[in-house]
Design a protein. Sequence first.
Lengths: 303, 239, 575
Amino acid sequence: MIKNNTNGKQKKYDKGFYALIMLFPTIQFLIFYLYVHVDSFLLPFQSYDLAGGTMSWTGSNISQALEILFSQNILHGFGLNLMSYGISVCISMPLSLLFSFYIYKKNFGSKFFRIILYLPSIISSLVFVIIYQNFVERALPSLVMSITGEQIQGLIENMETRIPTIIVFGIFMSFGSNVILYTNAMLGISDEMVDAAKLDGAVGFKEFIYVTMPTIWRTFSVFFINGLMMIFSSDLNAYAFFGQLAPENVQTYGYYIFVQTKKAVNIGDYPVLAAMSLMISLVVIPLVLFVRWALKKYGPSEE
Amino acid sequence: MNKTIAKGIKKFFSLNSLIFFVLILYVAIFWVLVAWGVLTSFKSYEDFRVNIFGLPKQWMWNYNFIFKMFKVKVTNVDGSMNDVGVFTMTWNSVLYSVGCSLASAFMPMLVGYMCARYKNKYSKITVSVIIVVMQLPLMSGQLATLKLLRQLHIYDSIGGMILLKAHPISFYFLIFLAMFEGIPKEYEEAAKIDGAGNWKIMLSIIFPMAWSTFFTVFTLSIQIGHRHKRISSFPLKSI
Amino acid sequence: MKKIKKALVLMLSAFMAFSGMAVGCAQPEIPNENDALNEEIDPNRTQIHVFCFDGGFGSDWLVSLKKKFEEMHKNDSYEDGKTGVQIMINPEKDELDVDEISYNKNELFFTENAYYYDLLRANALADITDAVTGSLSKFGDERSIESKLTDAQKAYYGVKDDNEKVHYYGIPHYSIFMQMNYNVDLFDQKGYYFLDVPTGETLEDRFVYDVANDKRSKGPDGVYNTFDDGLPATYEEFFLLCDYIYQCSDIPLTWAGKVNKGYLSSLLQALAVDYEGAEQSSLYYNMDGKPAKNLGRVVNGSFVEDETDTIITEENGYELARQAGKYYGLQFIEKIVNTEKYHNALAFNTGHSHMDAQTDFLNAGHDGVTNESAILIDGIWWESEATATFNSMVKSKGEQFSKANRKFAYLPLPKATASKATETAQSNTKFTLCDYSFSLMYMKKNVAEWKKPLLMEFLQFCNTNENLVEFTQITSAIKSIDYTATEDDMKQMSHYTKSLFNMKKVSDIIQPFSTTDLYVNNQLFFSPLESYYSKLPSGTNMQYPIEAFREKNVSVNDYFSGMYTYFSGKWGSLK
């Protein structure tokens, strides 16, 4: 890293270079983000009297938001968000890593699997939802009927199989970009390190744990943190499946806020929703920063 | 013989074999869904109603219908209407995807490089701001953005959209940041000894190392842009 | 090089296979496109740009108006060097944001889900008072548009200035209702009509045997020899009808599984509004100190009406959650949802769309696989939306399956109780409908001054009696304002459209909006689909009663009581 430089002229030159490069992104951020979204930051504290055409400042949106966030049905959504993240950490992430490891080791069919794993990301998600939804709702019951003569409900129609069916879809669609990026990171592992590890008896699963994972730890951390950032904004694909009519037992925080925003008739409906999002952000932001620090400090390193 | 069987069993239950079987299951499910979807695309609706799982009773070429109906009416500047069909949409999609994806991939890479390689207060603030901002709720930004684009006279233009996307506030910034932080400082020191300036170090030494990641991010950005149900249609009303 | 060759061979093979299939397969019917929607700008004529919300009703009606208006003005000059008028129609399925209107190229707008007072506040609407109050005699219509508005519409759309003069900035376009629609052919064939006097004790003895000659019951309007004779007059009769239909191996009710909650909630609203009547239903939006007559509570498992009326103001509007119409409506919905034999198998299947339901309803009994379906729960737009299905059936099965030859009709809602049916028989207004389209016709504010008279003339032209009737003939939809149709006009309407027209004549129509500050500041809260929230005994807030009945086994009594708990709790937080 370019930090200490005894040459004063070089330092000046470095500063100038830094300022020049960072000028455009800074201006872009100030204009297209900060200026445009100033309202969004202030919205939780505003109240609109549309009839009178006035706006006033208030803290009541925050208390309303907290009341909604802790109400019985939305709290269920909180649990669903946590469960979804847990499944992502315990199933999707490990599977993505293992699939990437398989492809990185150029095992049998690795090229074929690489393409297949990426295909769901290329095909429009809407198309895939339609195919999947019609398959589990119409085709499967029809198949069961023709084989056994028994009429069963669709897997999403049936309350007991609804959540697992939607979660399976989420897992199914999660591999594409993850596998590509993990495989890329794994390809950066030097062959000498792998050979040396082999000599020490680290093959197969041991190689994965002691060589591969530490080397790609940075990339893994990014995905882990990204998942954490999205923890409460995820909707479990409920909107894709149900539109605005998702059953209560699949509604997450993210879905609830998204649908209420879509239903909003005018700006007067936004402040409470903005306050809800702000409350969630106040929890997630320090959590993300802490986890990022912890992963950096205590995670394995290449050394 | 027993040794061979034991070896075989060990190989069967080895990590690679287990992953292979899981992948085969994934592929099987994927192909059943896709195959059923493709088969259904050759049925008429009346056929689909009563014959959901079987082969089509009469094979229908619905793709002709799709291509003919796949168009939108667009109001031109002079107020006349014209149909924008598949080919124009494809071309616009390419322009939009490639242009915006380049911007979406390059800007995080550039800012990620600067924050990773130039460790100063401003870089630390930038990283924190990006992480915080990625989390913040945005409720009413769309209308304000529309207003701004009109004021800058870049509304309803691909260039305007690309400018809008040229920001580092994305998950890819963190990927590039992690990547650049992992590159040893010896590369720069050696280059400086050889007389290379900051531009040369950035463009000829460090960025080429990030080429595969950049390409991956670029591809992912295209894929995400292509999959969006509504690709931020409001600033591209007639395109 | 080898890889490229391999890829090329694969691509070529795939292309040839695809082409082979394209040639070998049958071709679906591609609807003819209306050339009028693709016209080039004619520099020799003055253009009028018109936005048309292209939902279930399409834009063919506007094309017809365009041709007539252009013909009428082909020799008139509005700009130097130009003669004649050219109407450029912009059909779009997306609704407009309020802020987009002033920038939009279009000058006139025919749209849906437009909140009039939001548009007014955004200063987006032009004053069209002259068009609304002016005479239409130049078009052969003796009335003005204003005279065709109801008092409630005049109160809502008319805005008073400081001098108490009324100004209009928009007028209603069309109406949409969620209703039950029955298969008249099936009813006639199987005799699904109630006898005036049952011939015995069994279920069959209550229904006609000789459809042409047996005397039918009065029906929901309580009057003999009207369009609804023999149809179920009460909820009890309705369920008897469903039992009979099921016994005859037909499907009583069909609705779309994917949108079951939305559609059935809208039907619930329709039932509640019909029970309460226009004045009582409008209380929820006006809250102007009038008494609510039918409020009650659940006591010992039954609904007990209050002994005295409750005056409704903005402070206690939540009391309207206790309306009897809502209670009985919930009972109706709970019964059809939880009685499996009353509805189609896919009634809750998320893969079953509204188009699927329409197709199932039309094809039922004619596809060699399914039994006939008696009643479809859908909006009144369903027949227009199912045009492709009608055409497809004509192509495969013959002309007798065309829209013109098949008979469907709007099923008048039965009354909750026998006493309510008696009350209806004595009243002039037989039914009350809830129009929740929020559809609007308006001119945007920033049009050129010289063009305003021409645009207003076109607005007037669209609202002559002749053109209002033509709209209904083409779209099978009902306009929100008053108009009349002759017998000859009715001959050009489908059986279903005629039934809608007849319903409108004997109904009050309420629109779920008002000008009160409370309503304007909380429009989402007062929208029909948000009006049936309930706090369940478990503490959960439930928006859709259908979900509560079906998935949480909540009783009607608990749900109804929970509605009062929810609204009384939320009322204090309204702006």
